[in-house]
Design a protein around this ligand. Structure first.
Ligand code: NAP
Length: 277
């Protein structure tokens, strides 16, 4: 599996499984657990979650699914902005660890900018790192102005900025991806399938997909994986789709493919705010 380097020197795989909407309904927990196990069986090693998803329910599902299989996995979770005080971050992280039944979260993110001073949040990240409860830390939904507000010494240590990014949502390219690349900070693209929107039926994407005999979803993921230092975390609870999405890692798009996709889904030309789901 291809991986990207974090500023810390650690690396993470370019493909992960998203888990938003998991853990919300008790009657779906078994099928969600089975889906995560199926993902592990096919070689997916990164799982993205958050304390927000199912109010801890998704982390519990993950905890059950990875029981006895923690080694070799890269777990990403996120703290709510309203828990992002110095003590609040530490306590939220400990609750997430308990729900996932693990000793360490590999990458721990502030879910979106909130009201607590970032210096407080980042000092908590350092405390957690020093005690071995997290590996790396980072942010999510941080637009360029917010990235610049991060304490200077932490800017180049960010394990990632997780942002809403896909062919139909190229707002990060206006300023955020450039800033991240300059700092050596990976981009983690969330909702890479645009939440199964029109991308999956787009004629322009279908044309490229036909050349490779793959699906539109796979082309949408492959396009993101052709962007430098970019990871994807599509969510699915269906093993067949997880396998299909995972196979996108091996698709090599040609210059013609990339040009055609660019024409149908152009990058922003002027200032535009980061989107958010
Ligand atoms: P997504 O991954 O773009 O799309 C998920 C939707 O697509 C689901 O409805 C899924 O349905 C369907 N799907 C998956 N693979 C498919 C395929 N091959 N063909 C057709 N449909 C397919 O959207 P997302 O869940 O919003 O984003 C992915 C992950 O990013 C989340 O789960 C979460 O971990 C993270 N995220 C983070 C933030 C943030 O603020 N940091 C915000 C949003 C998301 P089935 O499950 O039924 O297959």
């Amino acid at each position: 599996m291809r991986s990207v380097k974090l500023p810390s020197g650690n690396s993470m795989p370019v493909f992960g499984l998203g888990t938003w909407r998991m853990g919300e309904h008790p009657d779906q927990r078994q099928s969600e657990t089975d889906a995560i196990r199926a993902a592990l069986d096919i070689g997916v090693t990164l799982i993205d979650t958050a304390e927000m998803y199912g109010e801890g329910g998704a982390e519990k599902v993950i905890g059950n699914a990875i029981q006895g299989r923690r080694d070799g996995l890269f777990l990403v979770s996120k703290v709510y902005p309203h828990n992002a005080s110095r003590n609040g971050v530490v306590e939220a992280c400990e609750r997430s660890l308990a729900r996932m039944k693990v000793d360490c979260i590999d990458l721990y993110l502030l879910h979106w900018p909130g009201n607590y001073p970032l210096s407080e949040t980042f000092s908590a990240f350092h405390l957690l790192q020093d005690s071995g409860k997290i590996g790396d830390f980072g942010v999510s939904n941080f637009d360029i102005d917010k990235l610049r507000e991060i304490p200077l010494e932490d800017q180049a240590l960010l394990g990632c900025n997780q942002v809403f990014y896909n062919l139909a949502q190229r707002q990060p390219e206006y300023a955020v991806t450039k800033w991240c690349r300059q700092q050596g900070v990976p981009i983690m693209a969330y909702s890479p399938l645009d939440q199964a929107s029109s991308l999956l039926a787009s004629p322009a994407i279908s044309d490229v997909a036909a050349r490779h005999s793959v699906s539109n979803a796979q082309i949408a993921l492959a396009w993101l994986l052709h962007q430098p230092d970019t990871l994807v975390i599509p969510k699915s609870v269906r093993p067949g789709r997880i396998r299909e999405n995972f196979a996108a890692v091996d698709i090599m798009l040609s210059q013609q493919d990339l040009a055609d996709l660019d024409k149908a889904y152009p990058a922003p030309l002027g200032p535009v705010r980061l989107g958010m789901r």
